[in-house]
Design a protein around this ligand. Structure first.
Ligand code: GDP
Ligand code: IMO
Ligand code: MG
Length: 427
């Protein structure tokens, strides 16, 4: 048995979907442990592209079990939309291939409404959320008024909880957020229909995963978002509402942390960020624009353009520490090809002092000026390379320096969006 965690090492969109699909070939079970349909994971196989939000990226294989763990927040409408979308692309999602935790919390229409209205009310202090109701759903979980999958599929309990919650939520929506009240009957009828469709997929997933571990199966945990969007370690408050780091696996799945063997941090060869908040290496110039266009840096979930900047090893070092990374995958090396010079941030200057850590205070972070090392670029088209020895020497120098600065090895590099465009490094 081996269990392997894939996490985003930056601000999300590092290529976790692609890497999960690639690694899933050798896995039996692929598990999402946090987040919800705020995620947008792209997988390309052959000429086909798949955009996944809630369903694990192992779903494209016929013979794997995919699991949505208890730490995930599930919007049933989004789930069935995704199942129908996959069916149209020739991928069947049956309860044999997908199981959903009975303890996962359900995203309700009032969560989505509150997400939108409270972002609007925050004005210039808004977070820039995906409007999927993620924060309000996790808030209810911790407030201990959330509706879980097991509550939804029990008609009586669901009715009672929905009635109670909607009364409070409608007051909040109307009186605090100046929105329109939601109607009980509409939600009740709609969610009762969802409940019938959901029931065959529902399981105690902690038990199922543990069984698979005991049977020596290989388990792959697919993170969503990235380390800097983690509720504890990210650029708070410009974060999501879950633990996106590997520490989220044990609680979000229901297994002990001692059952995790390896943690792979996925990092882009540069840095991107969607939404608001400080970003020390951001490039507000033509190079940033060039990277955005060449790398197609537009959000999978919201279509928003992603902010782009140089690779920041202060972030990667922190990621290696808080995730316990056993190695990195560096993606999109191909996107940087063609630049004369490539810069790598090795430390910050904060109020005249050199620091190599990521400050907790956003005000301090906003004052951090990146200190760069400059590298000669590589112009070779590297999308077709399949052996590490053929990677241009300048790109190799860049990768080796990332390893030195982060004290973590790079085990895989990705040179294109397709499953096949992946190179393992065997030193
Ligand atoms: P995720 O959220 O971490 O799964 O990443 P996204 O799917 O949101 O964004 C990553 C984008 O980069 C997707 O469009 C992928 O198809 C694409 N991608 C992944 N790896 C590579 C790579 O090595 N090279 C290029 N050019 N594109 C890549
Ligand atoms: P994947 O899994 C990039 C960002 C949002 C916003 C903040 C809070 O594709 O990497 P939320 O809706 O979660 O309350 O929004 O988090 N965000 C992501 N950014 N990739 C993601 O997922 C993200 N999921 C949330 O843009 O800044
Ligand atoms: Mg994404």
């Amino acid at each position: 048995m081996s269990s392997f965690v894939v996490v985003g090492a930056q601000w999300g969109d590092e290529g976790k979907g692609k890497m999960t699909d690639y690694l899933a070939e050798n896995a039996d079970v692929i598990v999402r442990f946090q987040g919800g349909n705020n995620a947008g994971h792209t997988v390309e196989v052959g000429e086909k592209q798949y955009k996944l939000h809630l369903i694990p990226s192992g779903i494209l294989y016929e013979d794997k079990l995919n699991v949505i763990g208890n730490g995930v927040v599930v919007d049933p409408r989004a789930l069935f939309k995704e199942i129908d979308y996959l069916k149209d692309l020739g991928v069947d999602v049956t309860p044999k291939k997908l199981i959903i935790s009975d303890r996962a919390h359900i995203i309700m229409p009032y969560h989505i409404e509150i997400d939108k209205l409270s972002e609007k009310m925050k004005g210039s202090h808004s977070i820039g959320t995906t409007f999927k109701g993620i924060g309000p759903c996790y808030t209810d979980k911790f407030e201990r008024i959330g509706i879980r999958v097991c509550d939804l599929i029990d008609n009586k309990i669901f009715e009672e909880k929905l009635r109670r919650n909607l009364e409070i939520k409608n007051k909040y929506i109307k009186e605090v957020l100046n929105g329109e009240e939601l109607k009980f009957e509409e939600i009740f009828d709609q969610y009762n229909n969802f409940s019938k469709r959901l029931e065959p997929f529902v399981k105690d997933t902690s038990v199922e995963i543990f069984k698979n571990i005991k049977n020596e199966k290989n388990i792959l945990f697919e993170g969503a978002q990235g380390m800097l969007l983690d509720i504890d370690y990210g650029t708070y408050p410009y974060v999501t509402s879950s633990n996106t780091t590997s520490c989220g696996v044990a609680s979000g799945v229901g297994i002990g942390p001692n059952l995790i063997d390896e943690v792979l941090g996925i990092a882009k060869a540069y840095t991107t960020r969607v939404g608001k908040g400080p970003f020390p290496t951001e490039l507000n110039d033509e190079i940033g624009e060039w990277i955005r266009e060449k790398g197609h840096e537009y959000g999978v979930t919201t279509g928003r353009s992603r902010r782009c900047g140089w690779l920041d090893t202060v972030i990667l070092k922190k990621s290696a520490r808080v995730n316990g990374l056993t190695s990195f995958t560096i993606t999109k090396i191909d996107t940087l090809a063609g630049l004369d010079k490539v810069k790598l941030c090795i430390a910050y200057e904060l109020d005249g002092e050199k620091i190599d850590y990521f400050p907790a205070s956003l005000e301090k972070l906003a004052r951090c000026k990146p200190i760069y090392e400059e590298f000669d670029g590589w112009s070779e088209e590297i999308e077709k390379i399949s052996d590490y020895k053929d990677i241009p020497e300048n790109a190799k120098k860049y990768i080796r320096r990332i390893e030195e600065l982060t004290e973590t090895k790079v085990s895989i590099i990705s040179v294109g969006p397709k499953r096949s465009q992946t190179i393992r490094i065997n030193y």
